[in-house]
Design a binder for this molecule. Structure first.
Ligand code: PMP
Length: 284
């Protein structure tokens, strides 16, 4: 696999980043994951805008223009022959000589790394036809979940708690309400209304979420943006998650309770179909 590191395209085993990199030492960095369908990028503009926002919130500047980032994404897709999969992009506050809690001088070059993840069959996932199962865990992450930082230890532990419990993922709960999944936004459907938590610093502002809510509105589906509880999810007609790597993925079990019929529901199935079709058409 050819990867990108600070201006160079190199085989992955030749890519080097300093041990003093603040991403490595302090999780001082942000990332984006963009999906690729038919060799084209899904929602690249949304990801580039959110990257800029994450960087700005942490007093970092865009390391290059969105157009230059797009060119690198395309080059990596081409070099690695990706038809379906993902591209991961990470920007960290670079590698000043010494470890110091204070930020280094602003002219310290940021570290920019991109790599592809080849996933043939991503869109036609058999999992989407079955749905996934989730457990709930307490959300003990920091208070700026709207910034897409590489501090992913707790979500990673959450995923392991889910695996140990024999399910696929965990929904995090704070003050009695679901915030989001370990790496996705969470939704329920009740009496035809799609319910998902409103945007705030409590959750990541999913790029897939924005697109799905737009398509839902265009299809005259009712959407309510508010927090919901695990009990509501267990009593919902349907549940699902969204993310760049899963698109719209039905959830059929929450903390051991079957949601709806225990099979993917019509709203989630329809939204997945619309999302994939519209996104393919708009891919660049
Ligand atoms: N919430 C969290 C915590 C995530 O990590 C992700 C995916 N990275 C999402 C939501 C979904 O965001 P997107 O649709 O932009 O992939």
């Amino acid at each position: 696999r050819i990867v990108y590191v600070n201006g160079d395209y190199v085989p992955e085993d030749e890519a080097k980043v300093s041990i003093f990199d603040r991403g490595f030492l302090m999780a001082d960095g942000v990332y984006e994951v963009t999906s690729v369908l038919g060799g084209k990028l899904i929602d690249f503009d949304g990801h580039a805008k959110r990257l800029e926002r994450s960087l700005t919130e942490l007093d970092m500047a865009m390391p290059m223009s969105a157009d230059d980032l797009l060119a690198i994404h395309r080059e990596l897709v081409a070099k690695n022959g990706i038809d379906e999969g993902m591209i991961y992009l990470q920007v960290t506050r670079g590698a000043p000589g010494d470890r110091d809690f204070a930020f280094p001088p602003e002219d310290t070059p940021l570290t920019v790394v991109l790599f592809t993840h080849n996933k043939p069959g991503l869109a036609d996932s058999p999992v989407a036809k079955q749905g996934i199962k989730v457990i709930s865990i307490e959300d003990i992450r920091w208070g700026r979940r709207d910034i897409k930082t590489v501090q992913l230890l707790y979500p990673s532990m959450g995923k392991m708690m889910a695996k140990k419990a024999g399910v696929d993922d965990a929904w995090m709960v704070e003050d009695g309400a679901v915030t989001e999944g370990t790496s996705n936004n969470a939704y329920i459907v009740k009496n035809g209304t799609i319910i998902t938590r409103q945007l705030s610093t409590d959750i990541l502002h999913g790029i897939t979420r924005a697109a799905v809510l737009r398509f839902a509105a265009e299809a005259q589906m009712k959407v309510e943006e508010r927090p919901f509880t695990i009990e509501e999810a267990q009593n919902a007609d349907e549940a699902f998650i969204t993310s760049a790597s899963t698109f719209v993925m039905p959830v059929v079990e929450v903390d051991g309770a079957t949601v709806g019929t225990g099979r993917p529901g019509p709203v989630a199935a329809r939204l997945r179909e619309i999302y994939l079709e519209e996104s393919r058409n708009a891919a660049i």
